[in-house]
Design a protein around this ligand. Structure first.
Ligand code: ADP
Ligand code: ZN
Length: 437
């Protein structure tokens, strides 16, 4: 591939030995920053680390205890700040999907570095200066808005900071400004695809080429569905506010796993029960250590996201390893009548059924002693024009396919398009009504 298809060619194609040397140098920097915070000073003292000099090899990192989301919550709001407040130019928080949001502070250098990582991701997808980029994730504390915005400007795309919501306006912006690249959550993109169909908007009136979709788990079937309805290339984007936000890992033009920028993060995959290290190819919890961040250094941060590293090199020439799809969060797992169910299993089945539309919801109730799983599914409008018996057959077919995947038998309820709640950011797919004890 030509050098022009990289944002920072020497960094993106760095050989392994140089990368590891850079990681070690930056790990020492991070430990030095961490020791400036009361939280890590205490924590690292217990591991016998009172100076960056104690880190002589990358393996020495294994002595450092993990950092958890609860640690970040306890340190709220400034317990992890490693620089004077005057040097901080921005604060972000997580979306708070699983509880109190966590806070990350950024210095000017932190923002510059983050911006480069996002720009590398964008260029890796084949997007470039001259593209018109409509950013349809929420602007604000959520990192998806400003994160992609800065990266896209660095690449030189024309940015439309549309933020999320108001779908008809989004479609009009796409038409009026000839948008070529969009960024959204997969659930919002599905919704837009549904509205496009429902409103009978001509695809030819849109100039769309590419979509960056992330911030929540989605299956390969969802990618295929969106690509098919919207006739554009969908790239998976992974990030979390604790590691800046978007720009941590992104698919390149080969769309076969997401390159994770290993000069900015040390990646470990660990067994989600006993936290022992796993090899490439094995699925476990992904753990990150920041390598560049000044204001909020994080050491061995447990994300609770489940994923595996895809072994082997990528044809694009980038040497940074690739992550497969995030299959879910370890705390996403539902236990229904004793059986472990991941919402992603339900999604994979539903999005593979061609009559199924663009929205669904999973509801769990208590029915006497037993848990009851209901899957509410929107169908495409034309599915309702046939006879009742064929709808019943479709319902039974979906229920059987779900049972084959998740083992338990769900109640499937079919809905017309537009009946279920719309999500403009991260979808709330699971409603667990069981009493908490
Ligand atoms: P919160 O953790 O409150 O949702 P964030 O906005 O920081 O806050 O979201 C980061 C999380 O979103 C990740 O840890 C992961 O669980 C999820 N996520 C982000 N991108 C993806 C993706 N491409 N696929 C699956 N999950 C993703
Ligand atoms: Zn690649």
């Amino acid at each position: 591939m030509a050098a022009s298809s990289y944002f920072n060619v020497s960094r993106e194609t760095i050989d392994r030995a140089s990368l590891e040397a850079l990681q070690l140098e930056r790990l020492r920097f991070t430990v030095g920053q961490a020791l400036k915070t009361s939280f890590y000073k205490r924590r690292l003292a217990r591991a016998g680390i009172d100076s960056p000099d104690k880190i002589r090899s990358l393996d020495d990192m294994l002595r450092i205890p993990f950092t958890t989301k609860d640690d970040l919550r306890e340190a709220y709001p400034q317990g992890l700040l490693a620089v004077p407040l005057d040097d901080v130019i921005r604060v972000h928080t997580s979306s708070g999907t699983t509880g109190t949001p966590t806070v990350i502070h950024h210095t000017r250098a932190d923002i510059v570095n983050w911006t480069e990582l996002v720009a590398r991701c964008i260029v890796a997808t084949g997007a470039h200066r001259g593209d018109v980029f409509q950013n349809m994730t929420t602007y604000g504390m959520f990192t998806g808005g400003l994160g992609l915005h800065y990266g896209a400007e660095a690449v030189g795309m024309m940015v439309i900071p549309a933020s999320s919501g108001n779908t008809l306006r989004q479609l009009k912006l796409m038409q009026d400004f000839r948008t070529t690249v969009v960024h959204a959550t997969p659930s919002y993109m599905l919704h837009i695809a549904g509205v496009l169909k429902q409103e009978g908007i001509d695809r030819a009136s849109l100039a769309l080429r590419k979509a960056f979709l992330g911030a929540e788990p989605y299956s390969e079937n969802t990618r295929l569905k969106i690509q098919q309805i919207m006739d554009m290339d969908v790239y998976n984007s992974y990030g979390l506010s604790e590691m800046n936000g978007p720009g941590v890992a992104f698919e390149c033009e080969h769309k076969n796993g997401m390159h994770v920028w290993e000069d900015a993060y040390i990646v470990e995959i660990v067994d989600r029960e006993n936290l022992s290290p796993l090899a490439d190819g094995d699925e476990g919890e992904i753990v990150f250590t920041t390598l560049q961040r000044e204001a909020t250094p994080l050491l061995r941060y447990r994300t609770r996201d489940l994923v595996s590293v895809i072994p082997g090199p990528c044809e694009c020439g980038r040497t940074h390893r690739r992550l497969g799809r995030i299959t879910g969060r370890s705390d996403d797992m539902l236990i229904i009548n004793g059986v472990n169910v991941f919402p992603s299993q339900v999604e994979t089945v539903l999005m593979g059924v061609k009559e199924v539309g663009t929205n669904y919801q999973i509801v769990i109730d208590k029915h006497g002693e037993l848990d009851k799983l209901t899957v509410d599914v929107e169908l495409y409008g034309k599915a309702f024009t046939g006879e009742l018996a064929s709808l019943e057959r479709l319902r039974d077919r979906i229920a059987e396919q779900l049972k084959a995947s998740i083992v338990i038998h769900p109640v499937v309820v079919l809905h017309e398009p537009g009946s279920l709640p719309v999500s403009e950011g991260k979808a709330r797919r699971v409603i667990d009504r069981r009493p908490k004890d």
